[in-house]
Design a protein around this ligand. Structure first.
Ligand code: NAP
Length: 494
């Protein structure tokens, strides 16, 4: 087993050394589960077991609700400035540990260190952004049109929040929920993904050391999350569910949330189109494609899944993308040279293989890669498949891996129609040097987020979220804070 203890440099005001917790955080203590069951955590770069974490169940779920409930009134009554100071302390504490946290993310998730460092900075930024938002939860006041009374509107903390996160951004998906919840005055229970709980456990310990009071953040791992999350959601003290993960699990949780009419925010799957028009700056489009496709080795909900390229520039685009993706170094997450890390597990590799085989059987050409690497761990190489035919499964399902599927188009109207021909609507990318045209197209694409002439949309200050079956609600920005607020209207006469 790899040693996971942590000893930061002694100098300065860094926190005291701590071993990465492997228990459940309930109230003020790291505890084991009643059954003492544990979940093995695998390093996807090697297939080796890193360590094992406590496996919670229904009893621990209810204990966490008790802890969050005990802390709720005190945290809601904590002055916004104090909440902001604590969140800012979390930002600095997390950034002080950027390198170590990045290594931990790479170890348990398999992503390249450069991607992991970027994730830590992005994740920490939610603490800073929401520290700034915590003191700006302003209400509204108006006069009733009839003139009889004033309309006073307040934003109150919605209550205890259950936060469920996926494995692909183990730090950022957690802080994108925790930070606005805490800024709004809510206490919370985080359920990280089974594959990557260590990062969440480390972030929670950093938060405790930065001054987050006991019970405000609780963390539960679970090998069978259904019954535990169901018990939590059916507890009437819980008033918020925020989920990031697959659309399939999102649908199950929405049904569960209906029992107690819990407010639900859903960040679900994507199937991002990447449109390149013949008036695009081709080199800029290739740079953007590399980010949109290869950040996190394609394991991102915003990852470009379908490249629609206008025929005049199609062959040159394919050629250049093959050259760039083919030059990438594939390797273990923690190796400094790695640019494309491991996939999360064998099921992920199986899905990529299935989608590529289906596309090829329906007429696509493999221009690069296209075959699982035979080595320890779970590795699929950067791959380009061109001439992908309508009806191929890869155009419907997110591949969630380093595979670029390319389709030529002639008529821009066709490109827009094809981009919208999916149940998903999370992110899209448009490349054209004609900004008027690009913005007109961006308005017509049925997605929550459109990147124009760039390959990255994520920003703590911007509203992140999807249309159609990609989700409900937004994270990040002021909108992300309002998801954790109840709107209270008081009619006043004076
Ligand atoms: P997933 O299988 O849906 O799992 C997400 C989380 O839900 C995990 O913590 C999982 O726990 C938990 N879960 C599964 N079944 C549950 C149940 N019945 N009750 C309560 N919790 C349950 O998704 P994933 O494979 O981890 O992540 C990949 C997906 O996330 C992709 O579809 C991707 O597009 C999406 N995603 C979306 C966004 C966004 O912002 N829109 C961001 C990142 C990822 P276990 O780990 O124990 O199964």
């Amino acid at each position: 087993m790899t040693s996971l203890s942590y000893t930061p440099p002694a100098a300065g005001d860094r926190p005291a050394p701590f071993a990465i917790p492997t228990g459940l955080l309930i109230g003020d203590a790291w505890v084991d589960s009643a059954t003492a069951a544990r979940i093995d955590i695998i390093n996807p770069s090697t297939g080796e077991t890193l360590t094992a974490v406590a496996d919670g169940g229904v009893a621990e779920g209810i204990a966490a609700v008790d802890a969050a409930s005990a802390a709720a009134a005190g945290w809601a009554a904590t002055p916004p400035r104090k909440r902001a100071d604590i969140l800012l302390a979390c930002f600095y504490a997390m950034m002080a540990e950027q390198e170590w946290l990045a290594q931990l993310i790479s170890l348990e998730n398999g992503k390249a260190l450069t991607d992991a460092r970027g994730e830590v900075a992005y994740a920490a930024e939610f603490f800073r952004w929401y520290a700034e938002e915590a003191v700006r939860i302003n209400g509204e006041m108006g006069i009733a049109p009839g003139g009889a009374n004033r309309i006073l509107v307040q934003y109150q903390p919605i209550g205890i929040a259950l936060l469920i996160t996926p494995w692909n951004f183990p730090a950022a998906m957690a802080t994108r929920k925790i930070a606005p919840a805490l800024a709004a005055g809510c206490t919370c229970i985080l359920k990280p993904a089974e594959e990557t709980p260590l990062t969440a456990l480390a972030v929670a310990e950093i938060m405790r050391r930065a001054g987050v009071p006991a019970g405000v953040i609780n963390v539960l791992n679970a090998s069978d999350p259904g019954p535990m999350c169901s018990a939590i959601l059916n507890d009437p003290r819980v008033r918020k569910l925020s989920f990031t993960g697959s659309t399939e699990v999102g649908r199950i949780l929405l049904r569960e949330a209906a029992n107690t009419v819990v407010s639900a925010s859903m960040e679900l799957g994507g199937n991002a189109p990447f449109l390149v028009f013949d008036d695009a700056d081709l080199d800029a489009a290739i740079e953007g494609a590399m980010v949109a496709k290869m950040r996190n080795a394609g394991e991102a909900c915003t990852a470009a899944n379908r490249f629609y390229v206008q025929r005049e520039i199609h062959d040159r685009f394919v050629e250049k993308l093959v050259a760039r993706m083919g030059a990438m170094t594939v390797g273990a997450g923690c190796d400094a040279a790695t640019q494309c890390g491991a996939m999360i597990n064998q099921a992920s590799i199986d899905k990529i293989e299935r989608l590529v085989a289906d596309a090829v059987a329906k007429g696509a050409d493999v221009r690069l890669g296209g075959k699982t690497l035979e080595r320890e761990g779970f590795f699929y190489p950067p791959s380009v498949i061109a001439n992908v035919q309508p009806g191929s499964d890869i155009l419907e399902d997110e591949v969630f891996g380093p595979v670029a599927a390319i389709i030529p188009f002639d008529d821009p109207e066709d490109a827009i129609r094809l981009a919208n021909a999916t149940e998903y609507g999370l992110a899209a990318y448009v490349y054209s040097e004609d900004l008027k045209k690009a913005l007109q197209i961006a308005e017509r694409i049925e997605c929550g987020m459109v990147a124009v002439n760039r390959g990255l949309v994520s920003d703590a200050a911007a509203p992140f979220g999807g249309m159609k079956q990609s989700g409900l609600g937004r994270e990040g920005s002021h909108h992300g804070l309002i998801e954790y607020c109840e709107i209270k209207y008081i009619a006043v006469s004076w």
